[in-house]
Design a binder for this molecule. Structure first.
Ligand code: SF4
Ligand code: SF4
Length: 64
């Protein structure tokens, strides 16, 4: 399996908890966590799709 050296990171300080991003992840790596969303780094494949899904742009890609 191809692996990536980046993972998604949600800036929880600014996440609104709208969960729009959950529909965008093809690998089900975004998980509701209370009023926020967090990334399951074991499931995230670094595809970057979620970055464009977030209406307030609080998801970014970071080095593992
Ligand atoms: S980078 Fe891709 S796999 Fe990782 S959380 Fe975002 S959409 Fe899902
Ligand atoms: S789409 Fe953005 S604001 Fe909405 S839950 Fe996901 S990370 Fe948070």
């Amino acid at each position: 399996m191809k692996t990536s050296n980046v993972v998604a990171r949600v800036n929880e300080k600014f996440c609104r908890g709208c969960q729009v991003c959950l529909d965008g992840c093809p690998f089900n790596a975004l998980r509701p966590a209370g009023w926020k969303v967090t990334v399951d780094e074991n499931s995230c494949r670094g595809c970057g799709v979620c970055v464009d899904y977030c209406p307030v742009r609080v998801i970014s890609m970071i080095q593992k």
